[in-house]
Structure formats: structure tokens, C-alpha cells
Design a protein around this ligand. Sequence first.
Ligand code: EPU
Length: 427
Amino acid sequence: MSGNPTSREESFLVRGGTRLSGEISVAGAKNSVLKLMAVALMAEGRTTLTNCPSISDVPAMADVLRHLGCTVEISGDTVVIDTPAEPGHIADDKAAQRLRASVCILGPLVGRHHRAVIAMPGGDAIGSRPLNWHQNGLNRLGARTRMDHGRLVAEATELRGASYELSFPSVGATETFVTAAVLAKGTSVLKNAAREPEIVDICDLLNEMGAQISGAGTSTITIRGVDELTPVSHRVVGDRIVAATWAMGAVMTRGDVTVTGIDPMFIHVVLENLRAVGADVETGPDHIRVRQEGRPRARDIRTLPFPGFPTDLQPMAIALASVSEGVSVVTENLFEARFRFVEEMVRMGVDAETDGHHAKIVGRERLDSATVWASDIRAGAGLVLAGMCADDVTEVCEVFHIDRGYSDFVGNVRSLGGDIERVPIHR
Ligand code: EPU
């Protein structure tokens, strides 16, 4: 898998003025595969996942599982996890802290083994990421959770079905509750659940393994507890955020891109916004084609949980606004610190300012090339798209972030005609 840790010392050089065009396929979603790997902890034996992306978070998650006693083989787009009868329940501190998504082993471990100890991941560039709703959900099911010297400790004698209503449809808290409830005694109901396609994918895998979950993809998920699960083979759902990144890149560079391997309904709201800024959007059962002629028009966008406009595309929305005709207001409702991206756009000559949850961006025809910093996966991708609309060569630093979530980013951008290269850091 690509994306070695030395990419911390690497940058991307992006030459502006190219147009993205051609066809590209997307692999499975980062925010699904990492959770599916964790679900493999719930059944003894070999779970096989196909259509896995070549991103550095996958081997990082494999390390977390290996420290719990699993054997994990990664070969091409296939990940095979062999789970022992009694995996460990204490996550290795270093392995878990390297990957925020390691929190997703919490529900599976508590569900199957009634105990888990996980070092709390550190701060995050996109904002505070508490786990209080994860803990509340587990507590409702009969577990006791506490912080102990920087680790989250969860224990239960038995788990009993229960009802729990989230105050906000958190993706992670939904996953923790559902995975823990699958092997509980009796029926559980989760209200105000997250509805993301990745939640549906996780519930599909669990049902294939013998769970009895209904309502995934709606706000109410019902889980009838079962005694045990058996391992299966499962194909990871396509990555809607990667697909939409290429679609938004097509609009920004006035290109023509067809993306395959994605259900257009997963990015329906994004495509509606692209139509509104002037793009021609065609959809088929598992592909989209996005074409843009002339300069896109400004449009206000606000991020919301699915099916709303995804926060993970907010940097791309700001990058798009930066080259659009007129003034756009982008509202961020999930992760306040994501507006750090605006500072990078200001380096590129954009007239932009933020006020709380809102960013006001005055678009310009062409951006100034500059040295800019990727603060997280999505900001990194947004900066590359912005660099393609700049007058010269933009250096995007700290591209290890991009490698965490995008398979072969450089190869894919080049295959669409973008001018980008990976270089050791220029300092
Ligand atoms: N929140 C709490 N308490 C909790 C849990 C969440 O206050 O116990 C708050 C968060 O602070 C945030 C909001 O609820 O303000 C939403 O957080 P959510 O739990 O939905 O996010 P997550 O599960 O931590 C996943 C993705 C993110 C994506 C968000 C929202 C993974 C590994 N991460 O995070 O993806 O932005 O859902 O869709 O699935 C990315 O891929 O770049 C990324 C950051």
C-alpha cells in the first residue's frame, strides 16, 4: 500500500492551468473500510474485505488489530483479517494514537468481550472530537466507562438491549452503539442515528455475519441481539468523498470528468450544488459525469450530516468558491477548526474572512501560486485543486495527510491530465 510515513517530509508541486478530464474509478471508502476492519474483531476466523483503498490508514488500522492478536494480510485491494477466539482488549497506545479512527474498535470489543481499553487519540486539526456520546451509548447498554490516565476504559458484565437517542447524528457514536448492541441480550433502538452510506455498509457487513439490524440509512436503527457472528467476505462501498473531490476538481478546472464506482445518490446534494454553479452533471447507476464550461458561479453552501453537504468536502467548497464569479458564504456546522483552510486560500490571494461558523469568500479568476500547508486529509486535497487554478507552481506541504485518505493521489490527478509531482520537502 502507498503512503509511507516519510511523506511527512514530502510535498506536492502542482502547476496551475491544466484542465481535469477523462475517466477515473474510486476505490472503497476510508470511512467504511477502517470500521469494517474493526467489525472483523467480532467473529472468530477470516473476514475478507475487497475493494479496499490503498491508503496509509489501512495498514495503520491493521497494526491496531495485530496488537490485539489478529493476523492481517493486505494484498492489492484485499484485506484479510484472521481473528482469534480470544483477541486482546487493550489497544496498543502508540498504534491506536496514530489513527483517530481506532476508536471504532470500542463497540466491537465491548460488544464481543465486554471490555476495552483504548488510549484517547490526541487533538485533531479539524476541531475537538469528544467521545461522550460513545460512552453514553455504551452506558445505556449496561457498560461502565471511564477515563483512566488518558485511556478510555469500558467494562460490562453483560450487555442488555436498550434505547438511546443521540442529540446529534454522530457517525462514530452511531457505529459504537450499533456494534456493541449486536451481541447484547434483547433489542436495542438508536434514535437520531447517523444515516451516512458508510453506516449502511457497516450494518450490511454485520447482517451478512448474522446480525439482525434494520433501519440502517434512516434515523432509527433497530438491533435485535444475536448470540454470535460468523466471518464473511464483503466488498467495501465506494468512496463518495473521493468521487466528489474529482467532480469538484472538474468544475474548478473547467474540465470533463467521469467518475465510476460510486452511487450518485451518495453525493446527490453535492451534484445539485455543482449544477447550481453551472456544471453539466450526468448520472448513471454507478457513475457520474461532470463538465464545466466557463467560470463557475458563486453559491452559498452549508455542511450538514448526511444527506446534507459533507463537512469532508468543505475545503473543496471553499476552493471552488475561491475561483467562482461572485461572493460565497460557506457555513461549517460540524468541525469548527476546518476553517484553517481559509488561511491557506488567503496565501493564494483570495479575499476571504471567517466569523464563527461562516466563511465569506470573494472569488477570483486565477489564484496566486504559493507554498501552502495541508492540515488534514481533505484540506490537502482542496489545496491541490486550488493549485490547479493558480498562475504558477504551488507547493502543498505535509502531504502525508492526503496519503491517509486518497489512493495514489498523484497518479490519479495525472491520469486526469493534472500536472503534479511528489518531491522531498523544499527547505
Ligand atoms: N461529537 C461529540 N461527541 C461525541 C461524538 C461526536 O460532541 O461523542 C461531535 C463532534 O465533535 C463533531 C460532531 O459531533 O462536532 C460530528 O462528529 P461525528 O461523530 O459524526 O464524526 P466522527 O465519527 O468523529 C466521521 C469521519 C469524519 C467525518 C465525520 C462527519 C471517520 C473515521 N471519520 O468522524 O471524516 O468528517 O464523521 O461526517 O469516519 C475525514 O475523513 O477526513 C474525516 C474527518
